[in-house]
Write a protein that binds this ligand. Structure first.
Ligand code: HEM
Length: 453
């Protein structure tokens, strides 16, 4: 055989592969995110810059050919981006998720009935594992329950990578990525962009940004804090590892199996939360520590990353004791009996997980937007406001709903007569927008199910 002829000359000296890792099957696993040691505690060093773009589809409902064309165009666009930038925080990481309206309005019932993941309810498959988000008990009157068809989440250590990719994807005209003229990246005609939401995480950014923008309470934010509220929120032991949030991985949440269409997919919740930093930092360190974690914590102000190892988990009985004996419950302790395994468990892939392993994944980031950089449906203000664009992944929207209800903690409050300010940190936040999405596997990231219609 002529080996020289078989050699792939087109693929040599490929800078996008300088720090190559095999692309994961999911979209939410992030290649290249390293782990730091914080006084013996493992912490994920998450990408610095984030941007979310939400949109409604600019396609005729029922036009199957248009949807199939859209599928191959977006797929080609995402492949071209990844041909330029490495798939890690030094390049760019892109995630695409789809709202309920996409599946209900653009995909025929015969297809969704057969393939949409279903949550296990009362021991058997029930409603879709993607349902609309509800308004939670402590949400304000004016909360917006959104109905976008699609959401893009871009992450990179370099803001310019995100800006260039967003321009090339959504703005008509001549564009380049890393100086290379793009060919198939523009897909802006397929979407009506409804919002652009930007932010950051880590690298001492919350304090730096808050100080430079004159945000009240800024001087109290610890210098190394990854998020405005001061503590690390990317503990390796507090974030689902591997594919644990996928529909199929842990038995019992949905009807999906490793062979299902939506295997390696997950449910994503996106919300925007405004923070009252002055109120929060009006509390002393111990008060914040107890409300963020639990009232039995004793770490001093020099520890921003208290251990989250499985054995530190607070289960239901201890949570009730905290409420009864201390009159305080901590944010993560409120939910751990649902966000972590309550018994040793084996995944469908044969991995053995100890009790206390977390299966909920958070990829939220801070923002100073009020509430977004751009919104087609609402007013945006140039006055900076500290907030969080919350991004959470769970095997079903039903599980997320249960977890989020516990964060409001209304039942526990009633039972133990807890004041609002002792129920995690809900007194210091106001949610303005919410929506649930389905984030498919990488292989179905472009208009899932369109090839089936
Ligand atoms: C202002 C917004 C928020 C901040 C600053 C925040 C911060 C934190 C921190 C510091 C931790 C513990 C550290 C870690 O595990 O790495 C944590 C855990 C957790 N958060 Fe939040 N959080 C916020 C909003 C939310 C929301 C909206 C949810 C939705 C349900 C949520 C769900 C959870 C869960 C389930 C855990 C526990 C994970 C586990 O240990 O099993 N958080 N959060």
């Amino acid at each position: 055989m002529d080996t020289a002829a078989a050699f792939d000359w087109a693929g040599v000296v490929n800078y996008a592969k300088r720090s190559y890792s095999t692309p994961p099957k999911t979209q939410y696993e992030l290649p290249g995110v390293n782990v730091e040691d914080h006084l013996g505690i493992p912490v994920a060093c998450v990408p610095l810059w984030h941007s979310v773009v939400t949109a409604r589809l600019n396609l005729q409902k029922g036009d199957k050919n248009a949807l199939r064309r859209a599928q191959s165009r977006l797929s080609a666009a995402l492949d071209e981006i990844e041909g330029v930038y490495p798939l890690n925080p030094g390049g760019i990481l892109t995630q695409v998720a789809y709202g309920l309206s996409y599946f209900q309005e653009f995909i025929p019932r015969a297809v969704t009935d057969k393939l949409m993941p279903r949550a296990i309810e009362n021991g058997k498959p029930g409603a879709w594992a993607l349902i609309d988000s509800i308004k939670f008990p402590k949400d304000p009157e004016q909360l917006v329950l959104e109905r976008n068809d699609v959401s893009f989440h871009f992450k990179s250590d370099y803001n310019e990578h995100i800006n260039d990719v967003m321009r090339a994807l959504f703005h008509p005209g001549t564009h380049a990525l890393n100086g290379i003229p793009v060919e198939n990246v523009y897909v802006g005609d397929l979407f009506n962009v409804t919002s652009i939401r930007r932010g950051f995480a880590g690298r001492g950014m919350p304090r730096t940004m808050a100080l430079r923008l004159g945000i009240p309470g800024a001087e109290k934010i610890p210098a190394g804090a990854m998020l405005f509220m001061g503590f690390t929120s990317s503990h390796v032991h507090g974030l689902a590892q591997g594919t644990l949030p996928s529909f199929e991985t842990i038995p019992g949440y949905t009807d999906q199996t490793p062979d299902s269409y939506f295997a390696h997919g997950t449910m994503m919740h996106l919300s925007h939360i405004v923070l009252d930093l002055e109120g929060w930092y009006g509390l002393e360190h111990q008060g914040r520590l107890r409300r963020m974690f639990h009232p039995r914590r004793t770490e001093g102000p020099e520890v921003l990353s208290p251990s989250q190892a499985p054995e530190t988990t607070t289960f239901k009985e201890e949570l009730e004791e905290d409420a009864k004996n201390h009159g305080v419950v901590g944010h993560n302790a409120q939910m751990q009996f649902l966000s972590r395994l309550d018994k040793d468990t084996t995944t469908v892939y044969g991995d053995r997980l100890p009790k206390g392993t977390v299966l909920f994944l958070r990829q939220d980031f801070d923002t100073v937007e009020n509430p977004f950089e751009f919104s087609s449906d609402g007013v945006v203000s140039p006055t900076p406001k500290p907030g969080v664009h919350f991004v959470g992944f769970a095997p079903s929207a039903q599980l997320f709903e249960k977890i989020r209800k516990e964060m409001d903690g209304v039942d526990l409050q009633k039972k133990y007569n807890l004041p609002n300010e002792n129920t995690g940190f809900t007194k210091f936040l106001v949610t303005t927008h919410r929506q649930n999405y389905l984030e498919p596997s990488r292989s179905h990231r472009s208009f899932p199910l369109a090839e089936m219609i």
